[in-house]
Write a protein that binds this ligand. Structure first.
Ligand code: FMN
Length: 212
């Protein structure tokens, strides 16, 4: 791959929340997961495990703990509508918030990227570097998003809130010393999938030479 192809993939990666029913093959999933293991990792060990859930019924069982938070999400949509905030951001939230459960089921493929959280509990970090395992899994996930884009897939993830992580870990039978970073879905987007406008950043204004 030359440099232009990589930058094209970076341009094409978008968060999709509308998928067709076309199935993503095991072969494609294997390639995307192999990309995860090419990312840098803090302890050299790449202690990632992936739970793949296929089929809407099975996915519904795994994401059942999300149901109780949907009411809260809907409240948030109203809050978002009421703010005088950034229009692109409001468009994104208005589209995304009510979609969370549906978007995770629609493509019939859900991936839970697990990482081994040794040393201290994820939510009780002692210092910034305590979050290294979490940082590593996100490097791995970004590789997956880019690999999926290169395969012609759209991607989206839901960040679990409240007690969702513990409940979902129990449902899938994960070991205690493993955490999952997100509920990741990928699939073939429908033709007219809604994509909120991306912010256009003046790169030069974000780069500081020698001093901020
Ligand atoms: C840390 C993080 C958390 C996110 N959480 C969610 C989420 O819970 N649900 C969702 O639908 N999208 C989520 N997103 C996707 C963002 O909404 C999306 O990346 C952003 O609107 C920019 O759009 P783009 O990815 O198409 O460039 C998250 C993205 C990041 C980086």
């Amino acid at each position: 791959m030359n440099i232009m192809e990589l930058y094209e993939v970076l341009e094409k990666r978008r968060t999709y929340r509308d998928y067709s029913e076309k199935e993503v093959s095991d072969e494609v999933i294997d390639r995307i997961i192999s990309a995860a293991f090419k990312a840098p990792t803090n302890d050299h060990l790449r202690q990632f495990e992936f739970v793949i859930v296929r089929g809407r019924e099975n996915i519904a069982k795994v994401i059942a703990p999300l149901a109780k938070n949907m009411a809260a999400f809907k409240e948030l949509v109203h809050e978002v509508d009421d703010t005088n905030g950034d229009k692109d951001k409001m468009d994104m939230f208005a589209d995304a918030l009510p979609e969370q459960q549906r978007m995770l089921m629609q493509s019939g493929l859900l991936i839970l990227p697990f990482f081994r959280q040794s040393q201290c509990p994820l939510l009780q970090p002692k210092e910034q570097s305590s979050l290294n395992f979490f940082a590593s899994v996100w490097c791995a996930i970004e590789n997956m998003l880019l690999a999926a884009t290169d395969e012609g897939l759209g991607t989206v993830f839901h960040i679990p809130v409240g007690d969702e992580p513990e409940k979902i870990k129990r449902i899938v039978g994960a070991p205690d010393d493993y955490e999952f970073a997100c509920l990741l879905t990928m699939g073939y987007p429908i033709d007219n999938a809604f994509l909120p406008k991306q912010k256009v950043i003046d790169i030069k204004s974000r780069i500081h030479h020698n001093l901020w």
